[in-house]
Design a protein around this ligand. Sequence first.
Ligand code: AMP
Length: 401
Amino acid sequence: MNFKTLRDFDLNGKTVLLRADLNVPAKAGKVSDTTRIDRLKPTIDYLTGHKARVVVLSHFGRPKAKPEPEFSLAFLVPVLKDRWGCPIAFAADCIGEVAQKAVAALKPGDVCLLENLRFHKGEEDNDAAFTKNLAALGNIYINDAFSAAHRAHASTEGLAHILPAGAGLLMEAELNALSSALEKPQRPVAAIVGGAKISTKLDLLGNLVKKVDFLILGGGMANTFIAAQGVDVKKSLAEKDMLDQARAIMDKAKTANCTMLLPVDGVAATAFEANAPHTTCAMTAIPDNHMVLDVGPQTITQLQKALSSCKTVVWNGPLGAFELTPFDKGTIDLASFVAQQTKAGKIISVAGGGDTVAALEQAGAAENFSYISTAGGAFLEWMEGKTLPGVAALIKYRTAA
Ligand code: AMP
């Protein structure tokens, strides 16, 4: 892809504005999952190792364009210090004198975190004056926040037009993984799409049928497709007002030569509850008063067979109500199979978006996937085939002055 990487810059003594995504899950000042922080460490190590002065920019939560203590990034200083293994300075504002002083105090190899960008309205507005104020703090802009790249904000898009710009190691890995999954995949390529509803994933499904050889559907959304074929799905979650849209996607798939695989059997229960009494049934013979909460064993066997012929798979959404045992079994079984195929070098597997990461982690399969994206909205927009402004701006980078 046509964007600069860290290796394209002479970083020695330069001040690098590093857009990170430190919008980590936290409760009462405690970070509950450090994945996003840990994934930034290689970029931090590279920059500090090459004697750059590193100025970390991030948003956190949704403050209303003014300082709000509960959204301050200050609480992350000790966490970053611990996870990145280096001292972290902090500036209580991301522009102006406070930021300038903190940046001026940095020596080559030092790292400073600036306060939440969203304390200023100019960030989300991608305001030119605000962007200029940010740009004045450094010489080079590195974007390592793929998960924020679907937003055209000052720090995710605007800066790339003012400063020499490139991708951090995490952004680079993410873009390479995504490109190998859908843009230039080894074929045949399959997409697995699960989750609750098709109404939230219409664009995604419409894009995928044009790009993949197999579209595997599971979860509540598969019920809508099955209902669209005239089957009574009884009490199963299904969007009765989306049947036409489901049929339109099936038609599109046919035209594009994309094979759609819907569950042939399911695990049905009378209540949406863990350990609810359940039975395995054909999707065409769901008992009265039952709802399908997972795909069944025949479906898993069929999907394993289809995936055995594939060289690439991209996965978004669980195949069943994975939060409730035993209705997590289908997701776990298929995730374990994909992980095994990946480990054996038979398939490239990329997954991401919302509940997907949690489901694959629950299955103990995540670590063997080729790439797991921690980006939620950005990953989905990429699967929808949309241009991500943060990525587009890097591709149109300005050459270093
Ligand atoms: P999404 O956010 O669209 O990826 O949907 C994830 C949610 O879909 C999870 O909370 C699952 O419990 C739910 N889900 C998956 N399959 C089913 C199903 N068959 N019936 C009801 N909910 C489901």
